[in-house]
Design a protein around this ligand. Structure first.
Ligand SMILES: [Zn+2]
Length: 252
């Protein structure tokens, strides 16, 4: 059941009987040259759609925007500062809390949101709220280690193909991942990480300084298939439905 689709008396009735809500949240940001900038919001929104078919949980409209400072230079990316995101999401949580929500499930599609959601969750724990943070792309690794992937790589590309294959620009899935090393001895290994003399340290630089096309991951996007994406999204949604049922048994 989507909050946006029901009347306030129906919402009042819901909170008389139940105390659990789900808030999908994502990001609008570069995901390589081949994927839509809405990737991180489209995937949680699709998972929420499947959860809705099998669960009676109240689902808040998907928050499209997130914190993505390092990707901000890529055209189309909309970055929300963590301070603003914190205040914005906290107000949403606060409204739901006033109406009676005590178990809040964030269905998150974007790593840059995690620290903000953790901050809100810990604050509301003091008010008697249990906050669940479901980072779908990490859950998928446990469900099937072969699904493990990075930003804009095979995992996310498969998920988008599973939602709508026409959203992927296949002509842009190119050659090997090339990250820009700092020099011949300080070698780029990930988002921020570099290796020097076998030890990994972080150099804080924007993604555009690390890669030209904007995908970072060990999993190549050309490994993605529509079947993989469909199965991964369905498996994740089914897991969440089971998790919600188990959460109903938890007494606060
Ligand atoms: Zn992503």
């Amino acid at each position: 059941m989507r909050l946006a689709d029901i009347t306030w008396p129906k919402a009042e009735q819901y909170f008389k009987e139940k105390d659990t809500v789900m808030i999908p949240i994502g990001s609008i940001e570069c995901h390589g040259r081949h994927m839509p900038v809405g990737t991180d919001m489209l995937i949680p929104d699709k998972i929420a759609e499947l959860v809705e078919e099998k669960s009676d949980i109240l689902i808040v409209p998907t928050i499209p925007f997130g914190a993505c400072q390092s990707l901000a230079p890529f055209p189309g990316t909309i970055h929300i500062d963590s301070e603003v995101l914190y205040l914005y999401v906290r107000q949403i949580v606060d409204s739901l809390y006033r109406h009676g929500a005590r178990k809040i499930i964030f269905l998150n599609g974007h790593g840059g949101n995690v620290s903000t959601l953790e901050r809100i969750g810990l604050e509301y724990e003091e008010k008697g709220v249990m906050t669940v943070l479901l980072n779908w792309w990490l859950m998928a690794w446990d469900m099937n280690p072969e699904w493990k992937g990075g930003h804009g790589g095979g995992e996310e590309t498969a998920a988008i193909m599973g939602i709508d294959p026409s959203l992927v620009d296949y002509s842009e899935i190119g050659g090997p991942l090339k990250m820009k090393d700092v020099n011949e001895n300080i070698v780029a290994t990930g988002w921020r990480s570099v290796k020097f003399k076998g030890v990994q340290v972080d150099i804080l630089r924007s993604t555009r300084s690390i890669t030209d096309n904007g995908w970072i991951g060990t999993d190549h996007p050309n490994t993605a298939t529509e079947e993989w994406g469909k199965e991964m999204i369905k498996t994740t949604a089914d897991y969440i439905v089971d998790f919600i049922e188990e959460l109903k048994k938890v007494e606060l």
